[in-house]
Design a protein around this ligand. Structure first.
Ligand code: F6R
Length: 613
C-alpha cells in the first residue's frame, strides 16, 4: 500500500516520477505528491484524489518544472489521517529542508511525535510519516549528512517502512531505506531510480538492485551505494527483468481487469509450461523431500486464501495429506502447531503481503519448510521462503485479482500431483493422466471466454439481474465452494454489493433468510454428486423467489430449469473445472461494476498490495 518513486539524473525528472507513479497507482489512490530539488530548496506539490489531479497540476506548471533533475514521489493509501492535501506525501520537516515519502506504518509515531512537539516541532499533518521528516531534519540541523541522518532516524522507528528522502542541502542525492516494505533501485546511465515495485521503472530500465531489510541506499546520478544497518558497505547482485513494459499496457481493453481476465489462457499456459510436459509429467523442481511431508499448512489472504481452500481439497483428495488453510493475519497471532515435516505454502500474488510474510515467520518458529507461491519474482516472500513456486501470470494491475487466482489454482494442482507422486497415493500413470488433462486448462478457459461472449450475451443478461440487487448469495459445494467464495469477493470488492459465499448445504442454516427477488443467488454447480446436491439447495432458493444465475454446462437442462440465466462453461476434468468456473464469475462482477459506472481497476478503499497489518 502506497507507492514511492525516486529519480536523480537528467532534466525531465518530473516526467520520470509521474510515469513511475502512474504504474504504482494500484498501490493507493487517495492522494499523490512530489518533492523536487530546486535551486537549493525543495518544491512540494501535492493533490488529493487519484493521480490525475497531480498530473493536471504538474501540466499547469510544466515549463517551470522541466529543468529539474532530482526528486521523489508518492501515491497514497491512507492509514493515519484522512485523504487530504495536508496528509498527502511527501512530508517536509519544519524548516522545509528535508522531504520524505513513506510506505508502511510507524507504530511508535505517537510517542515520537510527543517528543518532537516537546522540542518545539510543529506538525502540519495527522500522519505517522511526518515524524520521520522532523526526525531527519533534526539530525541534518545537528550537522549530520543525509545518510547518517537516515541511519540514526531508522534506529528510532518501529514498524514497517520503505522511505525515500531528499535534502535541500544535498543536491542530486536520494537516500532510501526499508524495513519489511518493498524497495528496489533501478540502474541507468548517468541516472538512477528507485521505486516500491520494479514495474514502475520497466520503461526506463531492466536492471535492478533489491534493497534488503534494514539497508540504506544512497542514489546519485553516477551510482548507487548500499549500506547495512551498521553502516558497512554492501555488495548486491544485479537483477535483470524479463517482463517488458508492453505487458502492462491496456492493449485495446477498457480496463486492466478486463484485460487480465482475457489473459488467463496465456497466463495458465506460461505457468503450466514450466512444470508440466506434453506427456503429463509434473516436475516442480523443489529440492524438499515431499515424501517426508505429513501435514500441509496454507497461509494466505483474500483471493489467495481461496486458492488455498481449493488446494486443500485437491491435496487431501489426491495425496491424502491433511491440509490446514489459514488466513495469514490470524495464523501469525495463533499458536501454530507443526514440525519440520510440515510443509507451509504461503500464497501471495504480490509477494509483499505483510500478514503472509509474518505467517512464514510463525511457521519458521516450529521448523516448518516454507514454499512461497507467488507471481512476483524477487518479491519479499521469495526471499523468506525455502523454495519458490512462480505463477507466470505476468503483472496484475487491476486491484481485483483474476489471472493470479487461476494460475495459483493451477500450481496448487501441480503441487497436489507432485505430493501424490511422492507419497505413492497415485501411480506414475495416474499422475501423468491427470497432468495431461490439466494441460488442457488454457484451452478450456479460451472455450469458456468464447461461450460467454456468444449468443445472447449471458453475462450482460445476468448483470441486469443485479440492477436492483440489495445483496447476493454465491453457493457451491466441494471444490465449487472456494469458487463461490471467490466469485462473491469479486462482486463485493468492485461493485460494492454485499455478497456472501456459502457452502450450498449450509445455506439453510441461516443465509436463506436473505433470499428474495432482490438477493440474486449465483450457483456454481460443479460435477457429479456435488452438482445434484447443489441443484436441490438452489431449487429451494428459487422456490422462495430468488433470481438464480448458474454456472453450468451449456446443455445442463436442470440448471436451465431453475435459473433465470445460465453462464455456460464447457465440460472439464475435475482439476480444471474450478478454473473454468471462475471465469464467468469474474466477468459477471466486472460487468455489474461497469453497469454501475464504477472503476473496476481501482475499487474504493483497496490497494493492490497490502503492506500494512
Ligand atoms: C482480491 C485480492 C486480494 C488479495 C489479497 C492478498 O481480489 O486481490 O484479496 O488476494 O490482498 O494479496 P497477495 O496475493 O498479493 O498476498
Amino acid at each position: 500500500m502506497c507507492g514511492i518513486v525516486g529519480y536523480v539524473g537528467r532534466e525531465g525528472c518530473v516526467e520520470v516520477l509521474m510515469d513511475g507513479l502512474a504504474h504504482l497507482e494500484y498501490r493507493g489512490y487517495d492522494s499523490a505528491g512530489l518533492a523536487l530539488q530546486k535551486n537549493g530548496a525543495i518544491e512540494q506539490i501535492r493533490k488529493v484524489g487519484p493521480l490525475a489531479s497531480l498530473t493536471k497540476e504538474v501540466a499547469e506548471r510544466n515549463g517551470h518544472l522541466s529543468s529539474l533533475r532530482a526528486g521523489i514521489g508518492h501515491t497514497r493509501w491512507a492509514t493515519h489521517g484522512k485523504p487530504s492535501e495536508a496528509n498527502a506525501h511527501p512530508h517536509l520537516g519544519g524548516g522545509s529542508r528535508v522531504a520524505v515519502v513513506h510506505n508502511g506504518i510507524v507504530e511508535n509515531f505517537s510517542e515520537l511525535k510527543e517528543g518532537l512537539e516537546e522540542r518545539g516541532r510543529v506538525f502540519r499533518s495527522e500522519t505517522d510519516t511526518e515524524v520521520i521528516a522532523h526526525l531527519l531534519e533534526e539530525r541534518v540541523e545537528a550537522g549530520e549528512g543525509l545518510r547518517e541522518a537516515v541511519a540514526s532516524t531508522l534506529q528510532r522507528l518501529e514498524g514497517s517502512f520503505a522511505i525515500a528522502t531528499v535534502c535541500a542541502d544535498d543536491p542530486d542525492v536520494i537516500v532510501a531505506a526499508r524495513k519489511q516494505s518493498p524497495l528496489v533501485v533501478g540502474l541507468g546511465e548517468g541516472e538512477n531510480f528507485l521505486a516500491s515495485a520494479l514495474q514502475a521503472l520497466l520503461d526506463r530500465t531492466r536492471k535492478f538492485l533489491f534493497v534488503e531489510n534494514g539497508e540504506i541506499a544512497v542514489v546519485t546520478p553516477d551510482g548507487v551505494d548500499l549500506f547495512d544497518a551498521a553502516g558497512n558497505s554492501v555488495e548486491r547482485e544485479l537483477f535483470e527483468v524479463d517482463w517488458d513494459a508492453e505487458a502492462i499496457e491496456l492493449g485495446g481493453f477498457e480496463d486492466y481487469m478486463e484485460k487480465e481476465i482475457h489473459e488467463q489462457p496465456v497466463a495458465l499456459r506460461a505457468t503450466l509450461a514450466d512444470h508440466l510436459d506434453a506427456d503429463g509429467n509434473v516436475s516442480l523442481g523443489l529440492s524438499l523431500d515431499l515424501s517426508e511431508v505429513d501435514r500441509v499448512v496454507v497461509a494466505a489472504c483474500g483471493t489467495a486464501y481461496h486458492a488455498g481452500i481449493l488446494g486443500k481439497s485437491v491435496i487431501e483428495r489426491l495425496a491424502r495429506v491433511p491440509v490446514e488453510v489459514a488466513v495469514a493475519s490470524e495464523y501469525r497471532y495463533s499458536e501454530p502447531v507443526g514440525d519440520e515435516n510440515t510443509l507451509v505454502v504461503a500464497i501471495s500474488q504480490s509477494g509483499e503481503t505483510i500478514d503472509t510474510l509474518a505467517a512464514i515467520e510463525a511457521a519458521r518458529e516450529f521448523g516448518g519448510k516454507v514454499v512461497a507461491l507467488t507471481n512476483t519474482r524477487g518479491s519479499l516472500v521469495t526471499r523468506e521462503a525455502d523454495e519458490v513456486l512462480l505463477t507466470k501470470a505476468g503483472p496484475e494491475i487491476g486491484v481485483a485479482s483474476t489471472k493470479a487466482f487461476t494460475t495459483q489454482i493451477a500450481v496448487m494442482n501441480l503441487l497436489a500431483l507432485e505430493l501424490a507422486k511422492s507419497k505413492g497415493t497415485l501411480s506414475e500413470d495416474e499422475t501423468r493422466s491427470l497432468g495431461r488433462s490439466l494441460r488442457r486448462a488454457p484451452e478450456k478457459v479460451e472455450e469458456t471466454l468464447e461461450l460467454l461472449s456468444g449468443a445472447g450475451n449471458p453475462i450482460e443478461e445476468a448483470a441486469r439481474i443485479f440492477e436492483d440487487a440489495r445483496c447476493a448469495l454465491y453457493l457451491g459445494r466441494g471444490e465449487a465452494y472456494p469458487i463461490a467464495l471467490e466469485g462473491s469477493l469479486k462482486l463485493k470488492e468492485i461493485s460494492y454489493i454485499p455478497a456472501e459465499g456459502y457452502p450450498a448445504g449450509e445455506m439453510k442454516h441461516g443465509p436463506i433468510a436473505l433470499v428474495d427477488e432482490f438477493c440474486p443467488v449465483v450457483a456454481v454447480l460443479g460435477e457429479g454428486l456435488i452438482r445434484e446436491k447443489t441443484l436441490s439447495n438452489v431449487d429451494q432458493t428459487a422456490a422462495r423467489g430468488a433470481n438464480v444465475i448458474s454456472v453450468a454446462h451449456s446443455d445442463d437442462k436442470e440448471a436451465k430449469r431453475i435459473s433465470r440465466v445460465v453462464l455456460p462453461v464447457p465440460e472439464a476434468d475435475k482439476l480444471t473445472a474450478p478454473i473454468v468456473a471462475t471465469v464467468p464469475l469474474q466477468l459477471l462482477a466486472y460487468r455489474v461494476a461497469k453497469d454501475r459506472g464504477l472503476n473496476a481497476d481501482k475499487p474504493r478503499n483497496l490497494a493492490k498490495s497490502v503492506t500494512v497489518e
